[in-house]
Design a protein around this ligand. Structure first.
Ligand code: CIR
Length: 253
């Protein structure tokens, strides 16, 4: 059974970190409704959903993906690049230690889970404003004995690597080539986002289904033409906080 760890939307979400977007009002009730719809889809595609209680004073705490990198053998607790997000880790670790042995990124390393993209024994890690060279080095050192290779990747004009590229099939990536060089993924198939939808590269693959925001119909069509089973969710309120579909869960496969 696939377990998906989620956390309810904090009523303070409007005070979230913002990097690339201007602050606009975020309606916490609408964000919570969209998050509930997302959790229902997770159940629909076969997940057992763990729902952690809201952390009222941690505006970005719904975006659990950034707090840990979870593989079959281990969970690596991150040290998020945004200081305001570091207190999210403790309660996430309490839950994850039920499922995996725990290791941690330590100072002066920083790492956000949104920068870590896994396919098999390879992990591409974005050198973003959130994940630094020391964080990436520590992740590589922790995972090398388990047979994983960590590959640092440059990104531009995006918050995280997974804003730019995500997995949508066992050997297929959805990618915005303006944000990350496709050459890093040589040997894999790629579907490019439609030019009119630059924020459309964040998709969540679970089994053979891809959970995907309603907001990007042209890219959705491209995926469907490539044979991908796409399940859309309303996600525009969470997107105002720079959150996508991968970042609202940690999926234990
Ligand atoms: C932040 O800036 O940290 C949050 N407002 C958004 C985090 C989104 N995380 C993700 O895509 N992995």
């Amino acid at each position: 059974m696939v377990v998906a760890i989620t956390r309810k939307v904090a009523p303070s979400i409007a005070r979230c970190e913002l990097t690339r977007l201007d602050r606009v009002g975020i309606n916490p009730v609408r964000a919570a409704r969209q998050h509930e719809a997302y959790c229902r889809i997770l159940v629909d595609v076969g997940c057992s959903v763990v729902s952690l209680p809201a952390e009222p004073d941690l505006p970005d705490s719904v975006f659990v993906e950034d707090g840990a990198v979870v593989l079959d053998e281990i969970a690596v607790m991150t040290r998020p690049g945004a200081r305001s997000r570091r207190p999210e880790i403790a309660t996430l670790q309490e839950e994850l230690q039920r499922h995996r042995p725990i290791m941690s990124i330590t100072a002066d390393g920083t790492l956000d889970g949104g920068d870590v993209l896994q396919a098999g024994r390879r992990l591409w890690v974005g050198r973003s404003g959130r994940s630094n060279a020391e964080g990436i080095r520590q992740l590589g050192e922790i995972l090398a004995p388990l047979g994983y290779t960590v590959l640092p990747v440059d990104v531009q004009d995006c918050l995280h690597l997974k804003t730019a590229v995500t997995l949508i099939g066992p050997d297929t990536f959805l990618i915005n080539p303006a944000m990350v060089e496709p050459g890093f993924f040589a040997g894999f198939k790629t579907v490019e986002v439609d030019r009119s939808e630059p924020m459309g590269a964040n998709a969540l693959l679970i089994g053979d289904a891809v959970i995907y925001p309603e907001a990007f119909p042209a890219t959705r069509l491209r995926m469907e033409q490539a044979g991908v089973n796409v399940r859309t969710v309303p996600a525009d309120e969470l997107a105002k906080a720079e959150g996508g579909v991968t970042c609202c869960s940690i999926v234990l496969r």
